[in-house]
Ligand binder design. Sequence first.
Ligand SMILES: Nc1ncnc2c1ncn2[C@@H]1O[C@H](COP(=O)(O)OP(=O)(O)OP(=O)(O)O)[C@@H](O)[C@H]1O
Length: 380
Amino acid sequence: MPDSSPLPAASAAARTTAPPPPPPPRLTVEHLARIFDGRRVVDDVSFDVPAGEVACLLGPSGCGKSTTLRIIAGVEMQDEGRILVDGALVCDTVFRIPPERRRIGLMFQDFALFPHLSVVQNVAFGLTGPAAARRRRAAELLERVHLAHHIDSYPHALSGGEQQRVALARALAPRPRILLMDEPFSGLDERLRDDIRDETLSLLKDEGTAVLLVTHEPGEAMRMADQILLMRGGRIVQRGAPYNIYNAPVDRAAAAFFSDVNILTGRVRGALTETAFGTFLTPGLPDGTEVEIVIRPQHIRIDLDRGGRGPDPTPETGTAARGVVARARFMGRESLVEFRMDHDGSILKAVVPNVFLPRPGQALWLMIRRDRCFVFPKTG
Ligand SMILES: Nc1ncnc2c1ncn2[C@@H]1O[C@H](COP(=O)(O)OP(=O)(O)OP(=O)(O)O)[C@@H](O)[C@H]1O
């Protein structure tokens, strides 16, 4: 017999309080392409940036980062693809909202402050409305970037770091929905950079702006980004949180973009690969496949030579192989040591704590942490 009893109270409540759908991403880029002289310098680039997040386009010079940024800003047109802001179309290959109506802020490496305007006039420049309200908003932002005392100074009287903060205040003054930043910290003194990056990040998070930052510096991307978009040859080859990109690179080049790497080569036999450092598990690859085992210098372990013998093998680090120190460089917190390996004369690099600076000619044993190496089929 059919159940005619009324719905239990809990189900009825669940139906009426269903959560609203999530808002669309602040910035959506779909299948963007730009072709110069028949070359796809931006090639099928797609990504989202939610409000309040920082995405970094990271890649070597010439990979298409700035072209992507310029298309989003509206100062360059795409050949394929479309861009949406808060779910609404901003441009495709036919329709185009002009740059000044996109509510997208821009910040470039050279800050581009107007030399003949005071700091507060620079920050208020892009604002509309009554003069008093414009000045109030500019002053509020200058307070946030700790430059209230420079409100009536002129740019030439400010340090590079202070000019960068004025440029940031100016870019944020009109409350842009998206801020595009092209290498905004590269003109700054190395020692200032970390502090300014951190301050910038906290201001951007407070404002809830979606940020797209272009950089070729992996350290900057890892420090700033919620999401890294790793570009090469016009394409995004990997995307993800900094931790994931660093610890699970898609290929050898992606690994090598973030640090020096050491490469061991070998051939798969029965899902295993034999090397001078013992056996590596290389599952899922057919017999005979040539593989590259990639290991960062900081994940090589070092042990002392005991009269020509090294440490016993372990499952975590495999077999040790002997090398002789070719070069050792003290680098502050750590030392970089280059070894010429006994078994094939190759050079391997290891990073060791600064308390240990071996002398050239010293024999030591090297081991490779199995949980920190990456295996890729050899390409090219
Ligand atoms: N207007 C143009 N005409 C022809 N080629 C161009 C034009 N603009 C850019 N390119 C080329 O497109 C490629 C990508 O340039 P883009 O400036 O986007 O790279 P990038 O990754 O930002 O490099 P960088 O970090 O050096 O600025 C480069 O090979 C560049 O020479």
